[in-house]
Design a protein. Sequence first.
Length: 194
Amino acid sequence: MLSLGSVAAHADAVESLRAFAKDVKFGKAEFTQTVTSPDGVRKKVSTGRFEFARPNHFRFTYLKPYAQTIVSDGQKVWFHDPDLNQVTVRKLGDAIGATPAALLAGQQLEKDFELKAQPDSGGMEWVQATPRSKDGSIQWMKAGFKGRALAAVEVADSFGQHSMLHFSGLVTDQALPAETFRFTIPAGTDISEQ
């Protein structure tokens, strides 16, 4: 049975996500992403940086083990894989859908997701965000907060994979330069527009 204090803490997680979406206009953090396969065996650990400015401007820069950059200027999203010497360009609406980027940098939180408080775990208060659209590959996402600070996002996709992103060094009080969200296609790179 949940105590009244426990119920209030869970409600606070939903309010923390709402406040994050409403009040935090830009931010940057380091991240570690662990992708776990459907059978539960750890599949891949990546590290990098995440930067965003509302609405819908973001940059994920994966540094290890493989370099990859995903950039949105609010209209288009560029996926750059330097090892393949390839850039894929998609319209924002086709690319962002119900993704962690939509949860973190989007502007339509309650329109795009159904929010439900979850039990505290790992020293964080959690809220589950289930996409209202059933067309995407994401089943649900959970955002973990330490106080009012976003600390983690967990994603379950329709293929049974789980991704856990842990954020560190989150800074939300410094505006980011506009060029952060511009992507320049490297010379000689193969380009695919979708």
